[in-house]
Design a binder for this molecule. Structure first.
Ligand SMILES: [Zn+2]
Ligand SMILES: [Zn+2]
Length: 293
């Protein structure tokens, strides 16, 4: 039996999220899929895995209600997820702004202009003022980011509004800003929040870093690795040993090149994930802050 994983999201008004939740739960249970699905009045965001035929049936059924939804197919199976979790929440991406986000039949209202990877390069080539703005948490950017990107000081998406209102980024407000994140969903929410706070010319990348990397690998404006939310933890564009690959991550203890994140052993007091080489991890399995204590 061949397995697959489906990743997807769709912003679309949902009058009764609880009804959609029950339908999605029954659909997944009937097909033997596992994974995680969030539903809100603004849409759906999910990752499910299972048998390939079950995934196909799931995609077909889900498209009947979420018209135009795009599924990203990747290798894997139901075994990649411990169970099925289908929840109705205030937000499908937790920015803490459920009432500010407006969604209509066409998707998010008032978001940044969508750019293809080619259009990203064109915009940057034609305008020296363009700023990349990282829409992920700061830890993700430690191993990879767009060239010269501004990386805000956020641990979770909940911190973005505070950051945007801090004044630190006001210098960017009259410049073209390209917000980016892993697969695009976080920027769907982040970019209208930016525009509502006075950022005048805001863009986002169709399909996020993933699609940009598929197009340009290490030959474009991306530098380093991509942090991913599965057991791989990170992935690289291009073949191993690609001379154009830029190594950004370094061990917090000795400075050696590494892209390996570990959880600080000082749990539960410390919840930091930090970069470490194998030797330092062996000798002292705590984050930089805890090592100072
Ligand atoms: Zn080290
Ligand atoms: Zn720590």
């Amino acid at each position: 039996m061949t397995g697959k994983i489906l990743l997807y999201y769709k912003f679309q008004p949902i009058a009764d999220p609880e009804a959609v939740r029950l339908w999605q739960r029954d659909l997944c249970e009937g097909l033997g899929l596992t994974g995680r699905i969030l539903i809100s009045k603004h849409g759906i965001n999910g990752t499910v895995g299972g048998d390939i035929d079950a995934c196909k049936a799931y995609a077909r059924k889900t498209k009947e209600y979420f018209r135009g939804i795009e599924f990203k197919w990747s290798e894997g199976s139901a075994a990649d997820f411990p169970k099925l979790s289908v929840k109705a929440r205030e937000e499908i991406v937790a920015f803490g702004a459920p009432d500010e986000l407006q969604v209509d039949d066409k998707g998010v209202v008032g978001g940044g202009t969508h750019l293809t990877p080619e259009q990203v390069n064109e915009l940057v080539a034609n305008n020296p003022d363009v700023v990349f703005f990282d829409g992920r948490n700061a830890r993700e950017a430690e191993i990879g980011k767009f060239k010269n990107a501004v990386v805000p000081d956020v641990e979770t998406t909940h911190d973005f509004i505070r950051e945007l209102e801090s004044g630190k980024y006001d210098w960017m407000k009259d410049k073209p800003v390209i917000a980016y994140c892993t697969g695009g969903i976080r920027c769907e929410v982040l970019t209208p929040l930016m525009k509502n706070r006075g950022f005048e010319e805001v863009y986002q990348i169709d399909g996020g870093i993933v699609r940009y990397g598929e197009k340009y690998g290490n030959q474009g404006l991306w530098e380093g690795s991509l942090y991913v939310f599965d057991k791989r933890m990170h992935t690289e564009f291009g073949a191993p040993g690609d001379p154009n690959f830029v190594q950004l991550g370094h061990c917090v203890h000795c400075g050696e090149a590494t892209n390996d994140f570990y959880n600080c052993a000082n749990e539960p007091e410390c919840r930091h994930q930090y970069l470490s080489c194998a030797a330092c991890r062996e000798a002292n399995p705590v984050c930089g802050e805890c090592a100072q204590k």
